[in-house]
Design a binder for this molecule. Structure first.
Ligand SMILES: Nc1ncnc2c1ncn2[C@@H]1O[C@H](COP(=O)(O)OP(=O)(O)OP(=O)(O)O)[C@@H](O)[C@H]1O
Ligand SMILES: [Mg+2]
Length: 277
């Protein structure tokens, strides 16, 4: 795996594009079942950034992530990932996906689950090479000792780590994560967030995280985009200027507390149909 240093990204509004943007969405609208699910989404995500999407249930966060992954095609507008369409980017293994459920194969152990997608994507790799990559990724997510365990022998948090390892095994430039820690208890969730930050800093991936947690969004992200409901659209964007590396003590920082209040106010407004923009 290529390990890149994290580059600093300036705080700038989401709609202003720079050459170093890895992901850019312009005027993306999605209509499904005659419903306008997403309206005119503009996004510019710099390479190496950590961005969170937050908003009321049903506002279209998962749909937006699927658009970025090439799984849903916009009705109008377009997305570019390093100059490619999402489908082309996915074909080139530039996109890793992590969902709320780990969706591991129950009969495979952790190391074989971690290398499973890579094995499908690259048929030329031997079983030993796949195992070696799986093991390397498990070590990256702190599960180096659990390679032989099957999913039913792992906790929910450990299963999510395997799912993250499975996505990272493809060495994608972009990691798209849809509420990956939503089913975990508060303390495990904090720990998972912290280890995701460490993985991000070690690998230099560009991460887009969907979360319902205000604290998680602020703890982890460089930029937070708030989506509003009916129709789903970006209502506000917030730059998180807290310096990295961040650990959990950042949650006691007065600036963190101020940002929590600010984001909560934005989120409240985003619950109003057609509300603040
Ligand atoms: N395949 C589909 N066909 C029709 N409508 C869909 C489809 N997928 C999602 N929708 C609708 O699009 C809207 C947004 O759904 P989406 O799952 O993106 O919301 P979300 O913000 O991720 O919600 P949650 O926070 O509950 O996960 C919802 O009204 C949903 O019913
Ligand atoms: Mg969702």
């Amino acid at each position: 795996m290529r390990i890149e240093p994290i580059r600093a990204a300036g705080g700038r509004p989401a709609h202003i594009r720079h050459d170093d943007d890895l992901i850019s969405a312009k005027g993306v609208s999605v209509v499904m079942a005659k419903q306008l699910v997403l309206q005119n989404i503009d996004l510019a995500i710099p390479k190496g950034s950590f961005v969170s999407l937050i908003g009321p249930s049903g506002c279209g966060k998962s749909t937006l992530l699927k658009v970025l992954a090439g799984l849903v095609h916009p009705t109008s507008g377009g997305v570019s990932i390093a100059g490619l369409s999402p489908v082309e980017a996915a074909r080139k293994r530039m996109i890793g996906l992590v969902f709320q459920d780990a969706n591991l194969l129950p009969w495979k152990n952790a190391v074989d689950n971690a290398s499973m997608l890579l094995g499908i994507a690259d048929k030329s790799l031997s079983r030993a090479e796949l195992r070696a990559r799986g093991q390397e990724m498990l070590e990256l997510v702190g599960l180096g000792d659990s390679a032989h365990k099957r999913p039913n022998e792992l906790s929910g948090g450990m299963r999510q780590r395997v799912a993250i390892a499975r996505a990272l095994a493809l060495d994608p430039a972009v990691l798209l994560m849809d509420e990956p820690f939503g089913a975990l208890d508060a303390i495990t969730r904090d720990q998972m967030g912290q280890s995701l930050l460490e993985i991000w800093q070690r690998t230099g991936k560009t991460i887009v995280l969907v979360t319902h947690s205000i604290d998680e969004a602020i703890h982890l992200s460089r930029h937070v985009h708030v989506l509003g409901i009916k129709p789903g659209r970006i209502t506000e964007s917030l730059d998180i200027g807290l310096p990295y590396p961040r650990d959990l003590s950042v949650t006691e920082d007065p600036e963190f507390v101020r940002l929590v209040v600010q984001l909560r106010t934005m989120l409240r407004a985003s619950h109003q149909p057609g509300g603040a923009s």
